[in-house]
Design a binder for this molecule. Sequence first.
Ligand SMILES: C[S@@+](CC[C@H](N)C(=O)[O-])C[C@H]1O[C@@H](n2cnc3c(N)ncnc32)[C@H](O)[C@@H]1O
Length: 273
Amino acid sequence: MDHREVKRYWNGNAEAWTRLARAGYDIYRDYFNTPAFFEMLPDVRGLSGLDIGCGEGHNTRLLAQRGAQVTALDVSGVFVRHARQREDEQPLGIHYLLASGVELPFPAAAFHFATGFMSFMDIPEIDRVVAEVYRVLKPGGFLQFSITHPCFDTAHRRNLRDEQGQTYAIEVGGYFEQRRGDVQEWIFSSAPPQTTEGLPKFRVPRFTRTLSEWVNGLIEAGFLVERIAEPRPSDQVVRECRNIQDAQVVAYFLHILARKPGRRVTLLAGTSM
Ligand SMILES: C[S@@+](CC[C@H](N)C(=O)[O-])C[C@H]1O[C@@H](n2cnc3c(N)ncnc32)[C@H](O)[C@@H]1O
């Protein structure tokens, strides 16, 4: 399966995904995954950034609200339409376009930084995306992305729960098995049945790589890996949203910050690198 075929699946997911995510049912994202991403993100005020796999634009808007000039793209026209619609209603200066991360329609050294919020693990030709990002970054620019954690998003995974229904372990297996587009069906688990009635389940093609393949892929493209995070919700956050308790047991997400060698981005008006 290649990125063109993946596009068809995401177009099929986009209406229900947009509706449910905007209604607040993407709870892992909202309660701790996105907050942790922004905790690690360098200061982007005044910088030009590219968001790859922006979906309906929720995280892209948060990026723009931090003062970056953001261009965002997605392979799904349905998602891009929803994102543009929100931009028309509440402008943040975001420029959305329909494109694939595999072929970035920009000249070399066009951006100070690039992001990918939970999109890179969905792209089969991820090495080409990483090479493209390297090309369009200015020297000293950075890439930060989040993915499902390769060590715990494996071919086999099962939550083990105690009598109170609390997850106490995650059973994983098949870590070295390569999934090359087998389709997983699911829907946001916190969405009550009346909200999902009549909506199709998401159909998401999965592509797995080991942790070392992810990190070595960046190194081979020329990046310097600067920081890694494995977000975990605090007890306080779990009290606010009990459904994410299982994310305290193992790391569900992995965040990587990598830099193209060169003079670092500095936070100045008229930033130079
Ligand atoms: C899990 S969603 C994440 C969306 C959004 N970034 C968020 O955080 O809510 C993955 C996104 O990656 C997009 N995607 C998949 N393959 C892509 C590709 N080759 N180029 C750009 N976007 C892609 C999908 O259309 C989808 O919007």
